[in-house]
Design a protein around this ligand. Structure first.
Ligand SMILES: Nc1ncnc2c1ncn2[C@@H]1O[C@H](COP(=O)(O)OP(=O)(O)OP(=O)(O)O)[C@@H](O)[C@H]1O
Ligand SMILES: [Mg+2]
Length: 234
């Protein structure tokens, strides 16, 4: 089934609940959202309103109980296993509040992992030189050239988040999904991270950012609110 393919990513009538003892906690109750290519959208909402849940569903990290997610107008439910993996690995770049970097790997390796994740050993050998060159370039653009051999635990919070952004950008994703990307940072460092998203937006990168912070949200091109399990129409 196709739906509104002028949108890069959209969802319709999303319901999601979690079991809670004998009952269910209904988190999303008919959420609808449409993102246009090149938009920088902030999703605001109180803690516990379901922002992370919605973002995970949009990126196919989690499944709704019912409702549909469409990527370029195509229902992601209809994807083959290969298409679904490609969607998660190549089309979407995730950025999380707590970075989710691997401390056993260097900064460069963390970024390269995004490319290795969907390559066979043979493919990886064939593409590793251009991949390394892209990783170096991204880390350079994000001001991390001097940190490529560091391990994440040797970096500041802002540096870790910039590594996570480089990792998210590695496969030239169609959409960046960022969950409270400044939530663990002081306001000045957080502002620097927002500047990166603003710069990405200026070159047409689609960014969907979840935040409970009004000031952070105001930096986006469009702010929408999640409350009572739905996206409020403004
Ligand atoms: N795996 C889970 N099992 C049970 N309940 C869950 C699970 N994940 C989330 N919840 C509950 O669902 C609700 C929404 O969670 P979610 O993490 O989406 O909220 P949020 O808006 O991102 O909040 P925050 O701003 O604090 O990050 C919360 O009440 C949470 O406790
Ligand atoms: Mg959350």
């Amino acid at each position: 089934m196709t739906y509104k393919n002028d949108y890069i990513l959209s969802c319709r009538d999303i319901y999601k609940s979690y079991p809670m003892g004998a009952t269910k906690l209904e988190v999303l109750k008919g959420a609808n959202l449409s993102i246009t290519r090149g938009e920088f959208v902030a999703i605001r909402g109180a803690s516990g309103s379901g922002k992370s849940t919605l973002l995970h569903i949009l990126g196919a990290l989690d499944m709704p109980d019912r409702g549909d997610v469409f990527f370029e107008g195509k229902d992601i439910d209809s994807f083959s296993a290969r298409q679904a993996n490609e969607f998660r690995n190549k089309k979407i770049g995730f950025v999380f509040q707590f970075y989710h970097l691997l401390d056993e790997l260097t900064v460069l390796e963390n970024v390269l992992l995004a490319r290795m994740a969907h390559s066979s050993a043979v493919d990886w050998l064939a593409c590793s030189a251009p991949a390394k060159s892209r990783a170096h370039q991204l880390l350079g653009e994000l001001g991390l050239s001097e940190r490529i051999a560091h391990r994440p635990f040797q970096l500041s919070g802002g540096e870790r988040q910039r590594v996570a952004i480089a990792r998210a950008l590695m496969n030239q994703p169609d959409v960046i999904l960022a969950d409270e990307p400044t939530g663990n940072l002081d306001s000045q460092t957080g502002s620097g991270i927002l500047e990166i998203f603003e710069k990405l937006h200026s070159v047409n990168q689609t960014v969907v950012m979840v935040t409970h912070d009004e000031k952070i949200a105001a930096r986006a091109q469009r702010v929408i609110r999640l409350a009572d399990g739905r996206i409020l129409t403004t």
